[in-house]
Design a protein around this ligand. Structure first.
Ligand code: GAP
Length: 469
């Protein structure tokens, strides 16, 4: 059984994810990426960027600022409508999302419902609901709580609370407001997409799901601008591409499913989420939505700038429709960690090994001298380390016995371990150990870079060297 506790504990123990401000007791729903976590997150961002931008001739990248004109959040509807329904326990003051409490007793509610609608359902079911912290049933009424995080910037005003700027609640607004700039400064023509990776901030009410729901997180979003008549065709293409992307990322088909939204916002044409089987059950990993022309129409209205598109061949003028792919880096990291987590019985012991897809593994190669007190072995291992680290993320480890070193590397998912032993001094070969099978082959030192590269690309380990008996 892969539990949340096991993953959270491994993440802290092995330097993947730490609670933010840990020495001060943590800071709710915020996490820091440790040495291996940041390598994993970077590998995930690289894969996403490669799929979305590098391999596509019709999608370009962007990095817009976190702070934007406050009017943008009015135009987008976030100031008036970006809110979750909240109740507070009158006894222990724990705040909970009403739709989540209702979900636990099998009653459907939607965070997008109005305060009246949600309160009606809440009151009908109040007797069955318990505070998740103290177990009592003493709730306030349901209120909508805005998720935008307010800030102040510059010294424009003393009453910044009344005229705030916001930390962006989603990255895609930076894409919408740069649509015209990109169109005017590059060679893209409809249909085309703009992709970006960056921070987003939300005042989330519940803070109990590790990386799944945090108040500061990275989003990877791609907005695709299309002719209105092509919206649904392009939408289906995007859905297929996104499903394949997760399979290529190593998530198993049976751990993924489509979740069709039952209540569409008024402007949306279609909305599906790709759900992943997290340790607490299937939940949203990514949203793939057909958004009509809502976004560009709203920004046209609020900015006064015409954001319509003129087809240079036909002369047709229209406001492009948008289809969107949106996913959090943290949720992807969490899914990849869950998928990789493996406990295996080896003899009488349980081996814990993170079977990351090789392209995502935070460390590709660990290099060991067999014994730390033999200077010739240490020198040889250091030479190999210095050579390989120019191409791969490597670790040098001479601490403890070799079994212990392997266990540590298994827990961080290092793809291969290379040991310089006494035979190395004779014939310039090393043993290379495969993380997944624990089999060992003998490889010539000058061939190491090529062999590691081929293993990362997915070639069969055992065919790349001489099997050690
Ligand atoms: N632009 C559309 C948008 O932001 P969303 O469903 O609110 O839609 C998209 O968010 C994705 O961002 C989610 O599918 C999830 O992967 C990630 N995400 C949203 N809120 C998050 C949070 N509080 N913590 C971590 N990831 C989050």
């Amino acid at each position: 059984m892969i539990t949340m506790e096991k993953i959270v504990s491994l993440c802290k123990r092995r330097g993947f994810i730490f609670p933010s401000s840990d020495i001060y007791g943590g800071f709710a729903a915020i996490y820091d990426y440790g040495p291996y976590g940041v390598e994993l997150a970077n590998a995930i961002k690289r894969e996403w960027w490669k799929t979305m931008v590098q391999l596509r001739d019709d999608i370009v990248g962007l990095d817009s600022a976190i702070f934007m004109h406050p009017k943008i959040w009015e135009a987008s509807g976030h100031v008036s409508g970006f809110s979750d329904p909240l109740v507070e326990c009158k006894d222990c003051h724990t705040r909970s999302r009403v739709d989540h409490l209702l979900e636990e007793i099998g009653v459907e509610a939607d965070e997008k419902m109005s305060e009246e609608e949600i309160n009606k359902i809440f009151l009908e079911n109040k007797e069955k609901l318990k505070c998740p912290n103290c177990g009592r049933k003493n709730f306030t009424e349901a209120k909508k709580f805005n998720l935008l995080v307010k800030s102040n910037l510059g010294n424009f005003t003393d009453d910044w609370d009344k005229k705030p700027v916001y930390l962006r609640g989603e990255t895609c607004q930076g894409i919408y407001v740069n649509y015209r700039n990109v169109l005017d400064s590059t060679r893209v023509r409809i249909p085309f997409g703009i992709a970006q990776i960056g921070k987003a901030f939300r005042n989330e009410i519940t803070a109990r799901q590790f990386l799944f729901r945090t108040r500061e997180f990275d989003q990877m979003e791609m907005q695709y601008f299309v002719h209105p008549d092509k919206e649904m065709d392009e939408y289906e293409k995007l859905r297929k591409a996104r499903w394949q992307y997760y399979l290529d990322l190593g998530l198993k088909k049976e751990h993924l499913k489509w979740n069709k939204h039952k209540n569409l916002v008024f402007y949306a044409k279609a909305a599906y989420d790709i759900d992943y089987k997290f340790p607490f059950g299937f939940s949203e990993l990514e949203g793939v939505h057909a958004r009509g022309n809502y976004d560009l129409s709203q920004h046209t209205k609020f900015s006064g700038k015409d954001l319509s598109y003129v087809d240079s061949k036909t002369g047709e003028k229209y406001i492009p429709h948008i289809i969107e792919s949106s996913v959090g880096v943290g949720r992807t990291v969490f899914a990849v960690l869950t998928e990789a987590y493996t406990e295996e019985k080896v003899g009488k012991e349980i081996r814990l090994v993170m079977k990351f897809p090789k392209k995502l593994a935070p460390v590709k190669v660990a290099i060991f001298p067999l014994l730390r007190n033999k200077p010739k072995l240490v020198k040889k291992a250091k030479e190999i380390f210095n050579d390989l680290k120019t191409d791969f993320v490597c670790e040098f480890d001479d601490n403890g016995n070799i079994g212990k070193r392997y266990r540590r590397q298994d827990e961080i998912g290092t793809v291969v371990g290379i040991t310089a032993d006494f035979q190395t001094l004779d014939d310039n070969t090393v043993t290379m150990r495969d993380r997944d099978t624990m089999k060992q082959i003998r490889v010539k030192i000058p061939e190491l870079k090529d062999v590691v590269q081929r293993i990362i690309k997915g070639e069969n380990f055992l065919e790349l060297g001489k099997l050690v008996k």
